[in-house]
Ligand binder design. Structure first.
Ligand code: ZN
Length: 534
């Protein structure tokens, strides 16, 4: 009975953990790496054909973005997720495939001109669509037998529509363990979705630590502050640009703007126009407006029952085509533009930033976490006078606001409260999904409070029955966290490193094998190492 960490280990994105029990392998999330390159790219250190099933905590791309790659490379099992997650995934993964194809096409043209071999997209639309028939929609709070001694239950995590903690019960020859995976833990008081639930029993907990170093101001009135920024900006003739995650933050923004308009909190232009410039966000908004009443909170339910659409108001325009999007840049009417991606590392938002960052009268409003290495993080940190966009140097003269209160992640106090509710204390708490320093500090805090807390390294392997670490894994720092940036490793070298990781994994799975087999295996590895040791 083993647990290994293949992503979000001492970093914020790319969630991917693996449970091995009764000879079967189950992945918990299969997320995409975002932001700075950690030198391992998006490849898996295992063969996807050896994975039996995947359980998904929620639809965000850093928890699901590599599912099409997994399928492309040979995965054939089932993918368990809540009903709303299954619906949102179909939009998310199609969009992700579209971006992969676009970017690969752009790189291919560049490489062709340079006379180099062209790279293929990470995965295609066809690969993404092959994921959908594998999805098994599940309900909250129902125990589901997923085979080979494993049962799971999804519990509302209050982070995103359909987001869940996963409780997992393992039984291997009568040896039983319960593992809880937190996924992303939500913050209370979010529009539309219910407040995060609480669990209290587990032998092992794997928990996130995104905001393990930050506290949120409880007195911040999001609606009032947002109205103030809109009033100040629009009355000067500027635009409010909102880089937003297409799923989650966008719908929160629409919910708040509807309230601002309803309460007429922007006196100078009460009927200001709002453009949702993200086909993905528009599609996701339709999911939120669909038949999902059982998943919404009481407030949203009351609005719907009163005939009010929580995400709809006068002056809301959905932008579909790139041409329509470009026209917005020439239109001088003060307006709000909501566009993705939320961390500004791709998508149409980059065009809007190019046309508005240099204008003093404009404002950019961030509403979510900005990972290291992304353009969003650069703008929030405010340490540089200009940024490069589409080969042009763009001065940063507009106001930059960071609405941390809108983040859907629990802050440090909420994280401590969440883990503190487990009684008795879990045997081990693995801390994942936090930037390197944050992860380390939060782990130390839990150790100080009496927990056996571990920040697992990338590809580390842990025995769940004995509690021992079978393989330490590697501490992989991202380029921007290294004191002396290393030279970029070639793709082929990365492949070799992954092959090495896989070899370690195969070795651990041979533990307990016959002396004869183990000796032969060791001999073969030594011969191979001897051959290449030069
Ligand atoms: Zn998330």
């Amino acid at each position: 009975m083993q647990l290994s960490f293949y992503g979000a280990a001492r970093e914020v994105t790319g969630s991917c953990h693996c449970v091995e029990v009764n000879g079967s392998r189950t992945l918990l999330d299969c997320g995409m790496q975002q932001g700075a390159d950690n030198g391992f790219g998006q490849s898996f250190p295992f063969h996807p054909g050896e994975i039996d099933r995947v359980v998904v905590t929620h639809a965000h791309i850093d928890h699901t973005g590599r599912l099409p790659l997994l399928v492309k490379q040979g995965f054939k099992g089932s993918i368990y997720a809540t009903e709303p997650t299954c619906q949102l995934l179909q939009i998310m993964l199609r969009d992700s495939a579209h971006i992969q194809e676009l970017e690969a096409g752009w790189h291919a043209r560049k490489q062709k001109r340079a006379g180099e071999d062209t790279l293929q997209p990470l995965y295609s639309m066809e690969d993404a669509e092959r994921v959908f028939p594998m999805l098994v929609p599940c309900r909250y709070n129902e125990t589901i037998d997923i085979g080979q001694g494993i049962s799971i239950r999804f519990v509302d995590a209050g982070h995103l529509l359909g987001s869940a903690y996963v409780e997992m019960w393992l039984d291997e020859g009568g040896n039983k363990k319960k593992v809880v995976f937190s996924g992303d833990i939500g913050a209370p008081g979010h529009p539309m979705i219910c407040d995060p639930g609480q669990l209290s029993e587990a032998d092992i907990v794997v928990m996130e630590s995104t905001y393990g170093d930050r506290s949120r101001s409880p007195s911040f009135d999001t609606v009032k502050e947002l109205a103030k920024v809109i009033e100040e900006t629009l009355s000067k003739g500027g635009n409010v640009i909102c880089p937003s995650f297409a799923i989650g933050r966008t719908q929160d923004l629409l919910y708040y703007i509807r309230e601002i308009k309803e309460r007429r909190l922007v006196g100078s232009i009460p009927d200001f126009p709002v453009y949702l410039d993200s086909p993905l966000a528009s599609a996701a908004t339709k999911v939120y407006s669909g038949d999902l009443l059982p998943y919404l909170d009481e407030e949203a339910e009351a609005l719907i029952n009163a005939g009010i659409q929580p995400l709809s108001f006068d002056g809301l325009h959905f932008i579909e085509t790139a041409e329509e999007s470009k026209i917005l840049n020439d239109d001088r009417t003060p307006k709000i533009i909501i566009s993705s991606s939320g961390m500004c590392d791709a998508g149409r938002i980059r065009h809007h930033l190019k046309h508005n960052l240099w204008r003093q009268e404009c404002a950019v409003v961030f509403t979510g976490f900005q990972a290291l290495g992304t353009l969003g993080r650069t703008l929030v940190d405010g340490l540089t006078p200009s940024v490069s966009l589409f080969g042009e140097d763009i001065a940063i003269r507009c106001k930059i606001h960071n609405f941390r209160s809108m983040s859907s992640h629990a802050d440090r106090e909420a994280l401590l409260g969440w883990i503190g509710a487990f009684d008795p204390l879990p045997e081990t708490v693995f801390i994942v999904h936090g930037e390197h320093q944050v992860c380390k500090a939060f782990t130390a805090r839990l150790v100080g409070e009496g927990f056996r807390a571990v920040a697992p390294k990338y590809s580390s392997i842990h025995d769940l029955l004995t509690g021992e670490t079978i393989y330490e894994g590697r501490d992989i720092l991202r380029r921007d966290e290294m004191e002396q940036p290393a030279q970029r490793e070639s793709a082929v070298y990365q492949r070799l490193m992954l092959a090495g990781t896989r070899l370690i994994e195969v070795i651990t799975r041979n533990r307990g094998g016959t002396n004869k087999d183990l000796a032969k295996f060791a001999e073969q590895i030594n011969a191979l190492a001897g051959k290449w040791n030069r």
